[in-house]
Design a protein around this ligand. Sequence first.
Ligand SMILES: Nc1nc2c(ncn2[C@@H]2O[C@H](COP(=O)(O)OP(=O)(O)O)[C@@H](O)[C@H]2O)c(=O)[nH]1
Ligand SMILES: [Mg+2]
Length: 448
Amino acid sequence: MSLNDTITACATPIGYSGIAVIRLSGAQALAIAKKVFRPQSGMVDFKPNCVYFGDFFDSEKNCVVDKILLTTFFAPHSYTGEDVVEFSCHGNPLIVERIITALLNQGARLAQKGEFTKRALLNGKIDLIQAEAVLDTVYASCEQARRVALAQYEGKLSDWVYSLRAKIVDLLLLIEASLDFPEEEETEIEELKIHQTLQVLIDDLDWILKGAQTGVKIKEGYRVLIMGRTNVGKSTLFNRLVGFERAIVHSEPGTTRDYIEEDIELAGLFIRLFDTAGVFSGAKGVDQKAVEKTQGLLNQADLILLMFDGSEPVNEEDIELYDLTKEHRKLQILNKIDLNFRIGQDGLLSDSIKISAKTGENIGLLIDGIKQALLPKNVEDQLLVTRTRHIEILKSVRGFLKNALNGQTLETVAFELHTALNRLGELTGQVMRKEILDRIFEEFCIGK
Ligand SMILES: Nc1nc2c(ncn2[C@@H]2O[C@H](COP(=O)(O)OP(=O)(O)O)[C@@H](O)[C@H]2O)c(=O)[nH]1
Ligand SMILES: [Mg+2]
C-alpha cells in the first residue's frame, strides 16, 4: 500500500438505490476524472469544490455509462487531504461496477477497508481518535452513541488529550530546569508544585475514566430486564417497547418460559431488552428452569423493570420479587391502570410509575424514567470515552503519573512522565504502531 496510488471505491452500499457515490482520491484523481467525464457545460478545467453534470464515458467500450454528478475537492481541502473526486451515479450495481472498472483501467487502484480515512490520518487531517470516531459515527446504534461519536470526531476528546499532554510537558520542563540547576533555593517549592500538579492530573484522569463506564455502555448497550410474577403484563410491555408482537401475550399464566430478547433504541439509548418468565418460589420442572434463567439474567442486568399488577392486591410472590431485586438498580411499575386499581400504593410501591401496557398510557413517562435511571445527570456536558483501547491507554498513563508522584528522585519522575507522554501519543496517533492501525482500519468498510 502506498500513499502515491490513486484509490477508488464505492462509498454507498451495493444495491439498488436513488444514487450511489464512488470516491476517487490521490494525485491522479483529477487527471483520471478528466478522461472519463464529459461535462454538459463543455468546461475545460475542474475548479475546486464544484459540482458538474455530464456523462461518465467508458473509452475502452466507447460508450456513455451513465449521466452523473461529479464533485471536486482539491488537496489539501478534502476528506483525505488529497485531490478527491466523487461520482454520483444512479444506484445500480451494474453501473457502479462499470464506473469502478473504468477508473481502474485509467490507473486507479481499489481502496482497502478504511483507506480513505487512513489517508486523512496520515495526511494530518484528523488524528487517530477522530479516525475511530468516524467509524463510531457510521456504526452508532443509538442517538446518544451518535452524539458522543460526533463530539469525538469534532476533536473534543483529542483536545482534552492534547491539553493533558501540554501539562505534562510543562511539568517536564520544570523538572529538567531543576535538574540543570540543583543548587537553586527554590527546588523545594518546585517539588511541592510538581506534586500538586501531578495530583490534579491524576484527578482529571480519574474523572474521565469514571465517565468511561457510561461511555462504554452508551456504545455497547444497556441490558434491561422486565421482571414480575406471572400475568402482570411483562410480555405486553415488552411488545409495546419493542414495537411489535414479539412475545406471546395470554391471560393464561406461565406463557413466557424461555426469556426473549430484542435490541432496541429507547430514549436515545441502545438497549437489549429481556422479557422473562414470572419468578415464583416452589416452581417445578420446566418452570424451575425458567426461574433459574431469569435469576442468571438478573446479575448481568443494568436495570430491572419490576412490574406489579395494579388491579390486584400485592401478594407473596410480588414481595418475594421485591426482595430478590433489592440490591439492583430498578424501576417499579404498576401496570393495568386502565382497570380498577386495587393495589396499595404506600410503602414499598410508593415511588412506582403507573402505566397501562395494554393501552400505552404513560409509556412516555416510563421511557423517561428508564433514561434517567441509566444515564448520569448532565451526561451531555461530560467528555465520554467509549473505546477499550482509549481506556487502557488512559489507565496506564494514570499508572505512570502515579509512579511519578511516588518517585524518589526527580530523574525517576522525569522518566515516568516521558513514558506517560509516549503512551498518550499512541492515543492520538502521534506515536503509531502498524499493528494497531491495521486492527483499527480492519473494522472499517471499503469506501470509508
Ligand atoms: N387491562 C389490562 N390488561 C393487561 C395490561 N397488560 C397486560 N394485560 C393482560 O394481562 C394478561 C397477561 O399479560 P402478559 O403480558 O402475557 O403477562 P406476563 O405473564 O407478565 O407476560 C393478558 O391477558 C394481557 O392482555 C394492561 O395494561 N391492562
Ligand atoms: Mg409473559
